[in-house]
Design a protein around this ligand. Sequence first.
Ligand code: XMP
Length: 511
Amino acid sequence: SVIVIDFGAQYAQLIARRVREAKVFSEIMPHTASVAQIMAKSPSAIILSGGPQSVYAPGAPQVDPALFAQGVPVFGICYGFQAMADALGGRVARTGLSEFGRTTASVDAPGTLLAGLPTAFSIWMSHGDSVQDAPAGFMPLAHTPGAPVAAFEDADRRLAGVQWHPEVLHSEHGQTILTHFLYDIAGCEPTWTPASIVDDAVAAIRAQVGDAAVLCGLSGGVDSAVAAALVHRAIGDQLTCAFVDHGLLRAGEREQVMQDFPRITGIKLVVADAEDRFLSALAGVTEPETKRKIIGREFIRTFEQTVRDIDADAHIEYLVQGTLYPDVVESGGGEGAANIKSHHNVGGLPDDLQFKLIEPLRTLFKDEVRAVGTELGLPDEMVWRHPFPGPGLGIRIIGEVTKERLDILRQADAIARHELTESGLDREIWQFPIVLLADVRSVGVQGDQRTYGHPVVLRPVTSEDAMTADWGRLPYDLLEKISTRITNEVREINRVVVDVTSKPPGTIEWE
Ligand code: XMP
């Protein structure tokens, strides 16, 4: 695989994803990894990511020059480019000119890295220092107004780098440059495909599980559905799925899971009715984190009970977790990753869990999970569902959660989701929470009557990974239609507002 060394900026994951978009498997390692640890992975290539620091800042992460003497191709990006220049005897200095944001790269000699590109193109940069002289043996390829050497390569030693960020979408030809490095300089083969991911995962699951019984908690979301389908492909009827109806679901959700999931996948499904238990536990609670804790706790109890019910005739040894790669990376890539994610996926698993975990999506990003789902034959409606939080509508009612308020929100949410789907914008919009401001009232006039109802907030967002997000620019016609329908059809709601806050500073959910 290709190893992306993380120098502490937020770009390492993006680089790893772009490498995989080129159908080459990639993994992230921290910059504290030693050359021996990196080489133990038998990397086909190494990419040094950008980082927040100056190469000369005290305590700045250094690159061991031995890394470049292993015969493994290396590509340096931004900070990684400067660190490479510095380690190999080039000259890095402050030019007095910082470049942040968009600028132009001018090609001096294309070499292999920039072959076939225009002589000037738009790129996205963020640096204060710059490389003045390339190290001996390197050919300078391009410059920018603030960087005399903004790209270089040493074709013989298979080393190359760029000062800018080819991984971000604002950099033109970024993916082309990356593939020139991967295919033409490093000699990587494009073999990482959804089909190969499925084959590898199926073999790994079979080897891990043997003939034991396995349980998968189903949330109705993409990750658990794909994880279940993958495990089912590997071990068939040894798998049972459990779905907890906590009463905080959206309209039609339970029915859809019950009808579609077993029919499409052939997987056994049990459903736990737990609405009463959740709503009585939530009575009188308004504080968001307290809501989450209660929902998590009740989830565990319901789940354990369900397991006991099933386990009467099947001894369940394994539990499937839909842990994704970003969770693994963010928790240091170590063994502790499962614990962190367990809160997120199943609403919090107990520490003394009696199961061993299977995490078939542990190496995948969200978009790869979707591709695997499609490869496994899951329909688009399942694979392209928007993410939905474990605590469900419980954290979309600002104020106390009651059955009556849930019903109001469910109606508004169903209308908004239906209209978004009708407009064909489901895939452009990452998520579309509808939030009920249950303790707020405003005066309205509906049918010549004064009303004193509640507002709902429409929160369409675009995102690549939910870590950052922008507010979704829905067409006015669509907003009008949603607003008109909600205020006409949901009696308690007399006002519809749109949230136009990005993340940060807002979060996607209101609680
Ligand atoms: P925020 O609101 O933090 O959300 O911007 C980021 C993503 O996480 C989802 N989310 C949750 N998912 N349990 C979950 O399983 C939670 O408690 C939770 N809170 C937020 C949110 O829907 C978005 O996709």
